[in-house]
Design a protein around this ligand. Sequence first.
Ligand SMILES: [Zn+2]
Length: 507
Amino acid sequence: MRQKLSPEDNRRAWLWAALIVLMMLVLGAGIFLLANHDWSPTPSLPEADAALLEASQGLDSIRITADLDPISQVLTVTQDMTLRNRTGQAQSAVVLRSWTGAYLSEDTSPVATDELYYECYGAAFNPGGLTLSRTRVEGMPVIWRWLDDAQTVLSLPATWDAEDEVSVTLEYTVLIPDCASRFGYADGVFMLGNVFPVPAVWEGGAWRTDAYASIGDPFMSECANWQVTLTVPEGFTAAASAYAEPIDANGQRRYDFTAQAMRDFALVISDRFTAAQGMAGDTLVTAWARRKSDAQAMLKYARQALESYGSRWGAYAYPAFTLAESIFPYGGMEYPGLVMIAADAIAYGSDTLEYTVAHEAAHQWWSVMVGSDSYNQPWQDESLCEYALMDYIGDVYGASARAGAAFDRIETSLRITIPRGVTPGSPIDYFADLTEYSQVVYQRGAALWMALETHLDKDALDALLRDYQSQYRFRNATREDLTQLISQHSGQDMSGLMIDYLDTYMQ
Ligand SMILES: [Zn+2]
């Protein structure tokens, strides 16, 4: 029999019940907040580490003041450089590589090709490029000369003895064409790759003067110390090879970037970007895209990639790594400290975006930190970045996913018929189109690394690549340098195996 409750008891029971429900709600909310809180440290730009400071000692310095007018699509630049003559002989000229001049004419533009024209220019060609207004050497005005029709090789007269330093000043404007490319403007995004002239590379008694090929990355350069002051209208954001917090005043936004021991300095600027930011070890990672969720996906994959590669080959060298959505018909494009990721790859999402980010992040080790001849030996960085993707997939998704990707991408490429006599070791100007280039250089090229993995075993190959990083970081490694290192780690001459995989034509 139940005892009848008094009204007082009834009220107390209700109060208790309400209290218990309230406590459960508070507890639930607490657990939810704890589970979803990001416990990683607040993202911030770390100081350059001791190894980077040491690498920066004695390098050329490049100081830039640049101002973007997004309405007229003009970047106005003053560029001061202090350059040392490292050629071992007296020179009568300072030779620089400047790449955007090629976009001035349809005859020389690297993207005015059958394959790329429509995707880059749409219906009509739009010219852009660099126009010099003044040049000085040691403070004295000098007359410049372009040594090629595409205006990519710039020569300034100078009396320049071996090991002497010379100061060079360039004043110029860069007209940014309507062009969906690594250099151009499209859909609210300014892609500014290779806009600043860099010292030419001296090799074998001559300056490198490779043409601006349509396929691959025809750029080679040495590391220098960059200081870039950029002004854009307020509301615009600059993703760059280095990271800086902007200062807003009087309707202008100013960035002061410092980039030590870097081969180049690139920018992607937009008034439509939103950021996602986090740390990967000691590196500040920032992803810029037009949609927040895309920036977050790019950030996630970039952090995973930096952690995977850093633990295998040695730490990423620079304080910041930045990704920026770009409008062009390539999946991605690497620059020191900055990678451009195609809006198309972002739109496809899933594997396409993830693998693009992982490939471009691997370039920070292979082509950015360890430089190589990306014109004559493009396999040296591209095949390694394709192979790196296998490691990324293995680290994130496990061994069977890695084996599946190696079959789909690398083994399959060996079975495809390649109609002409191109091999992974061919120079970039041998290839007919981007598909042939990536199947042969990236995927067939990566078969070399899979073979070495079997020959040496995986740990020994990782040790070899760590050694390659530490010996050639901030320098350029030749094919012979790498072949020698592979032979040394194998305990036998491996040049025959390299020729089999790189120079032997397989249909
Ligand atoms: Zn690549």
